[in-house]
Design a protein around this ligand. Structure first.
Ligand code: BG6
Ligand code: MG
Length: 225
């Protein structure tokens, strides 16, 4: 039986994946590294420092920066990103998300957040949906980031629910892998190729397809084999 739905944030609840893309692209270009959308897919779900390290590797300059300089670069990106976030409003919540959250509440399903972002709580506040969440797993409280299952397991633990009774919702390859490793049912929002390759149990084209009754049926069908 489904007892909780645990959400990723960036790219699932709102379009902050696009704001991350813009800020990383500007940062990469400022140090003469090419940055395109295909490469950006690899950064989705990945922590800030891991993302920076991947970008520097991609540019073949990973060994040219000290840890202190890397921290400065990551901070520069985050400052630009935070400047973009202040424009976020409830209207920026993806279509269907509020309806889905309301349906979960009505069915007494617990709601958790398992985002790699340290900006997660601020984003929920800008969108005015903090109160829907029964728990927010702090990315600083887990050792391994996505694709490791840690943050999803942390959210389930905080909710007091077994992983096999949870549905995880993600837009990134790393996130889908994390949900699968956590032994939860993985719902991928995005393109079929990317989400199936990552191992999603169910692929939805966009968030308007997050319909509680249908999701419950799909979950039950998998559990019953
Ligand atoms: C994830 C995003 O949700 O959070 C990544 O998909 C991002 O792109 C990561 O790097 C960390 O976010 P932040 O806000 O802590 O830099
Ligand atoms: Mg995401």
């Amino acid at each position: 039986m489904v007892k909780a739905v645990i959400f990723d944030l960036d790219g699932v609840i709102t379009d902050t994946a696009e704001l991350h893309y813009q800020a990383w692209k500007n940062l990469a270009n400022s140090i003469a590294i090419d940055f395109n959308r295909e490469f950006n897919e690899e950064l989705k779900g990945i922590s800030r420092m891991d993302s920076l390290n991947k970008i520097l590797q991609h540019g073949g300059v990973a060994d040219q920066y000290t840890e202190e300089e890397k921290l400065e670069l990551a901070t520069k990106k985050n400052e630009e990103y935070k400047g973009l976030l202040i424009h976020l409003k409830p209207e920026n919540i993806y279509p269907g998300i509020k309806e889905f959250l309301n349906a979960l509440k009505q069915s007494n399903i617990k709601i958790g957040l398992a985002s790699a972002s340290k900006n997660g709580p601020a984003i929920l506040d800008y969108l005015q949906i903090t109160d829907y969440f029964d728990t927010i797993a702090d990315p600083d409280s887990v050792i391994n980031g996505k694709p490791a299952p840690d943050i999803f397991l942390k959210a389930a633990e905080q909710l007091g629910v077994s992983p096999q009774d949870c549905i995880g919702v993600e837009d990134s390859e790393a996130g889908i892998e994390a949900i699968q490793s956590a032994n939860m049912y993985a719902v991928g929002v995005g393109t079929v190729e990317v989400m199936r390759k990552a191992g999603a149990d169910l692929v939805l084209a966009d968030t308007t397809e997050l319909v509680w009754d249908q999701l419950q049926e799909a979950f039950t069908a998998k559990v019953n084999g």
